[in-house]
Design a protein around this ligand. Sequence first.
Ligand code: ZN
Length: 116
Amino acid sequence: MNLLYKRRKTDQPPGEDEVEHYRRAWHSYVIRRNLVVALFLGFVAVGAASAKVKWREAVDFAVLLGWIGVYLAGAWWLTEWKCPRCGRVFGHRLWTERCISCDLGKDEIAKVAQGK
Ligand SMILES: [Zn+2]
């Protein structure tokens, strides 16, 4: 799609087809964010469990490494989330509140997605 055309529209409220786009993007974001939160909580749970269960150290270490790998993959997937307005990566950090390219806020996307 034409970037100039898209950029000119950034100050206007999203049109009807864009609302659908925002909604899908927001849904995708929520899934990714929940996954990262779940992985983090799972990590804590596994850590607590491994402190109780007397695994051999090598097993402990392997589980830990595996989980870190999965967590990093999930976190990477979250940072790969694309901004619904400008189509670029929203932010390189995990919990960025605004798009680094067009300054669109997550709360604004949520509002559009929820139809408010
Ligand atoms: Zn953007």
